[in-house]
Design a protein around this ligand. Structure first.
Ligand code: ADP
Ligand code: GLC
Length: 484
């Protein structure tokens, strides 16, 4: 059967533009869907790096004015993806982070910047590019949230729409006065539409008006229907529960492959785990840690934010060292957390090593060299770093929330007996619970046979995109068949 045509819309796509896991997903899902017979094109903003990578792109649609300036949709192929690049210099010709200016604040015109992306998606959805008229427009996160809204208000015929929530804490809320400038009709400003506590909510609009809603793990799909995790949208999500589902993320297992990874000093697989030792030594050297073979080395690769529980890690870092452990962390984010981590490193020279910044190579070396990998998130829609850790045999120690709970099997007694455990979970997200679990991890690590078995289970886990891509393909087919 010929698969549906899908337009995927995202504000970041690896390796062209990335601030987090959204980019990884937007970059890896289309090729995995191709294997399921689903053809995907990806629409993204024409940031300078994207236009450069797109090279000789073909203009396929022109706007005399899109949110205040001339714009074109360019068709291109780059990084193995079929792309539509929205070239709009007045909106996107800015260096650096896609959302934040050099002063560290969100760009003041983020509403028109991402409304334009959604508008272009809706136009392609309605046939603006003859050669590609999608059956489905699939919007990712708030930046694309208005795409289902524009399509909804323009009426039938229209493609079906899917809204994927990667993180409910970023909602894209903007002043109500922007309604007309964004090209939304007056009646859109209602509880059933884009209105959200007196503002325009881009993610709210997508959740309210898309035909189907997905999020990135089954557990997060449940959590977000509760006040604790719903970030104010739990009521709406409960009312739409019939069209809401959770599909776990995968990782690109070609790119994240310890047997081929160029960032490692020694490549390895589940049968050659002893080779990890050379990566541990390289990691210790890179992070200024003592070259101890008998100290369990904990790794972290993370945005430094409240979501990720980095303040809890800071509270537990003295205990981690007291347990004989070492910490290698690469991350960037909130200044207070960066400062706290720098202080911890200064307090524990040779034991705590940090690298502030976004460093792809260091992230791979942490995965390939750390004994265990910490993810103490307060909430985690899916999380990708624990999947990389499983693949690299760095035993994940994770908070029991969201996708972390869905992907890591706690090595409790029965799991060990059943040869099923591949990591450790803890709850609640407090210093006390984390420290108890660090103790448990150190105990297991000192029992070499058990630890090796955990590593083998971890590395055997199916963390690729094949299964999830099959689930997206099934959802698209149902939707196109009208069985939604
Ligand atoms: P989130 O999107 O919430 O930040 P995910 O776990 O889904 O969390 O994805 C994070 C992605 O970003 C992973 O690919 C991870 O390796 C990468 N990453 C995060 N911080 C850094 C960093 N400082 N340097 C390099 N890669 C990073
Ligand atoms: C978000 C979430 C993360 C998820 C990623 C990709 O950034 O915080 O949990 O893995 O999106 O879906």
């Amino acid at each position: 059967m010929k698969g549906p045509l899908v337009l995927s819309v995202a504000s970041e796509v690896f390796p062209l533009a990335k601030t987090g896991g959204l980019a990884d997903v937007a970059g890896a899902l289309p090729p995995a869907l191709a294997a399921e017979g689903v053809a995907v094109r990806t629409l993204l903003p024409g940031y300078p790096a994207v236009l450069k990578a797109a090279g000789a792109a073909q203009p396929v649609h022109t706007y005399d004015s899109l949110q205040g300036g001339r714009a074109r949709i360019l068709a291109a192929r780059a990084a193995g993806l079929d792309l539509f690049v929205l070239e709009a210099p007045h909106l996107y010709d800015r260096p650096g982070n896609p959302y934040v200016g050099p002063d560290g604040k969100d760009w003041p015109d983020n509403a028109p910047r991402f409304a334009a992306l959604a508008k272009a998606a809706a136009d392609i959805g309605r046939g603006a590019v003859r050669a590609f008229v999608p059956d489905i427009v699939h919007a990712h996160d708030w930046q694309a949230g208005l795409a289902p809204a524009y399509l909804h208000y323009r009426g039938e015929p229209r493609p079906r729409t899917v809204m994927t929530v990667h993180n409910l804490s970023f909602q894209g809320q903007f002043p109500a006065e922007l309604l007309a400038p964004l090209g939304l009709p007056p009646h859109a400003f209602s509880m059933e539409g884009v209105e959200y506590y007196g503002t325009i909510g881009f993610l709210k609009a997508g959740i309210a008006l898309a035909d189907r809603i997905t999020t990135v793990s089954p557990r997060y799909a449940m959590e977000i229907r509760t006040p604790e995790f719903g970030m104010g949208l739990d009521g709406l999500l409960r009312s739409r529960a019939g069209v809401l589902s959770g599909i776990l993320n995968g990782i690109d297992t070609e790119y994240w492959d310890p047997a081929k990874d160029p960032h490692l000093v020694q490549r390895f697989d589940a049968r050659t785990l002893a080779r990890r030792q050379a990566n541990k030594a390289a990691l210790q050297a890179r992070f200024g840690l003592e070259p101890l073979a008998d100290a369990p080395l904990f790794g972290v690769v993370s945005r430094l934010t409240w979501q990720k529980g980095m303040d809890v890690l800071l509270e537990a870092v003295d205990d981690l060292v007291a347990l004989g452990g070492q910490l290698a962390l690469v991350g960037s984010g909130e200044a207070a957390l960066e400062g706290g981590l720098a202080a911890a490193a200064a307090r524990h020279p040779g034991r705590v090593g940090i690298l502030i910044g976004f460093d792809e190579g260091a992230a791979h070396l942490v995965q390939g060299g750390a004994d265990a990998f910490l993810v103490p998130s307060r909430f985690e829609p899916c999380g990708l770093t624990q999947l990389c850790a499983l693949r690299y045999g760095a035993i994940p120690v994770v908070a029991r929330v969201g996708g972390l709970a869905d992907t890591v099997i706690d090595a409790n007694e029965m799991a060990l007996v059943a040869s099923a455990g591949n990591g450790l979970q803890f709850a609640p997200v407090t210093r006390e619970a984390l420290v108890l679990t660090l103790e448990r991890a150190v105990g297991l690590w000192r029992d070499r046979d058990t630890w090796t078995r955990l590593q083998q289970h971890a590395m055997a886990a199916d963390v690729g995109w094949r299964r999830p891509a099959g689930q997206y393909a099934a959802l698209y087919r149902q939707l196109v068949a009208g069985a939604a």
